[in-house]
Design a protein around this ligand. Structure first.
Ligand code: GAR
Length: 207
């Protein structure tokens, strides 16, 4: 049996996506293991989730560093000290430097609450709601230098209901996030995806 893929998860918030990964891992459904969780927010609930499950957590405040590059270099130091081979951004609300992104190229994924390339950036669910789209969703992608522009690994669609609010919509999108993020991690851990340019070929692609 091959050893599980060592994963580092970066968080800033409530950590429900982190929880989804932990749950899959604990159910024995993931060929990956979270080695460390890094939070840039001290009292993020994600930190508590990691502690509750016996996972190592590091709090690294960007405020303690002179530049984005210096903060990101420390992130890389910590991740590499845990032997991390895949970095998962799970609600990590900070832009990363081009140095960090190129260092972790195709070993860095993010989850975003819209059907990219629509509605990148902050408050994607509200952006979609306000735009009046009928269908939105979520995307997991390899991070590149742009804002939510990297090659897409998996997406899930979520319909907008006639009596929706941005909050209700966001909570239904979140359910789908929890489903697709572990799938993307599992595909990477299994080496069952192939990237050609912007196109990511996965076991889910219709023949
Ligand atoms: C999720 O909805 C995630 O898609 C979003 O932050 C939330 C984190 O929730 N990320 C972004 O908007 C990144 N651009 P969580 O802390 O409960 O996993």
């Amino acid at each position: 049996m091959t050893s599980p893929l060592p994963v580092g998860v970066l968080v800033s918030g409530s950590g429900t996506n982190l929880q989804a990964i932990i749950d899959q891992q604990e159910a024995g459904l993931l060929s990956a293991e979270i080695k460390v969780v890094i939070s840039n927010v001290k009292d993020a609930y994600a930190v508590k989730r990691a502690v509750n499950h016996g996972i190592e957590v590091k709090y690294i405040s960007h405020k303690d560093f002179v530049s984005r590059e210096a903060f990101d270099a420390e992130l890389t130091n910590v991740l590499e000290s845990y032997g991390v081979q895949l970095v998962v951004l799970a609600g990590f609300m900070r832009l990363l430097s081009t140095e960090f992104v190129s260092h972790w190229s195709f070993r860095l994924i993010n989850i975003h609450p819209s059907l990219l390339p629509a509605f990148p950036g902050l408050n994607a669910q509200k952006q979609a709601f306000d735009h009046g789209v009928k269908i939105t969703g979520c995307s997991v992608f390899f991070v590149d230098e742009g804002m939510d522009t990297g090659p897409i690994i998996i997406q899930a669609s979520v319909p907008v209901m006639s009596d929706d609010t941005p909050e209700l919509l966001a909570s239904r999108i979140l359910q789908e996030e929890h489903r697709i993020l572990p799938i993307a991690i599992q595909w990477i851990a299994n080496q069952s995806i192939r990237v050609e340019g912007r196109r990511v070929y996965t076991p889910d692609d219709p023949q």
